[in-house]
Design a protein around this ligand. Structure first.
Ligand SMILES: [Fe+2]
Ligand SMILES: [Fe+2]
Length: 229
């Protein structure tokens, strides 16, 4: 049973590893690197996607309406966008790193909006009644306002980024920040793993004094809003 899944993942792993290696060689200025990369992409990647179109996708199309969620891949894109923005925020002092991330983001955004506009939005236009379209527009604006309000609120809070701190220094700094903060205020802890042990320390050492709310749960960054009561 696991054979198909393993094989498909294995194909991707090998393709990506080789594409990355060849790109690195190109970046390092190796001889014939550009030719090798393009040759690989034409000989391996393009046949791979062609074969997916002809064999894998028809099978997925057949079972997806019953067992899958057609917008799940779009939600994955959204999660990636959020992650990149949060990575950019963490690197705000390094404009070269932010530029790299911004280029990555634009590529994803272009593809993502193209998918929405060519595949999904026409369905709304063609199959929702006028009244349903109006109601949806209203919900879109309401949702946007609400999430904009909460993100602006979030921006007012201090972000405590402990990702580059040596682990022994993290907890003391977090507790110090909490202790120096006035009641009713909050800060956002940005960490590179789930700060669950910290949560238990808080439960123990600041019992009844705080609120703990996950804003982002990995896989690379964790954000927790820690409020003081
Ligand atoms: Fe693939
Ligand atoms: Fe979107």
């Amino acid at each position: 049973m696991g054979n198909l899944m393993n094989t498909l993942q294995d194909h991707h792993k090998k393709l990506l590893a080789q594409a990355e290696d060849l790109t690195k060689e190109l970046g390092a200025g190796s001889k014939n690197a550009a030719e090798n990369l393009v040759g690989f992409l034409k000989k391996e990647l393009l046949p791979h996607i062609e074969s997916e179109e002809n064999s894998v996708y028809p099978e997925i199309d057949r079972i997806l309406p019953k067992y899958g969620k057609p917008t799940a891949t779009m939600t994955l894109d959204h999660q990636l966008v959020k992650r990149i923005v949060s990575e950019m925020e963490g690197k705000a002092s390094d404009s070269e790193a932010v530029l790299k991330k911004a280029q990555e983001l634009l590529l994803i955004l272009n593809l993502h909006t193209q998918k929405e506009e060519t595949v999904y939005f026409p369905l709304l236009r063609d199959y929702l009644q006028e009244k349903e379209q109006e109601a949806l527009l209203h919900r879109i604006h309401e949702n946007f306002k609400a999430s904009k309000g909460s993100s602006e609120h979030e921006c007012q809070e201090q972000i405590l980024d402990v990702r580059n701190l040596p682990p022994p220094k993290r907890h003391p700094l977090i507790f110090q920040t909490f202790d120096e903060m006035r009641g009713g205020k909050a800060f956002i802890l940005l960490n590179d793993h789930d700060p669950k042990p910290l949560y238990y320390s808080f439960l123990h050492e600041r019992e009844g004094m705080f609120d703990w709310e996950y804003l982002e749960k990995g896989p690379e960054d964790w954000r927790v809003k820690i409020s003081k009561k």
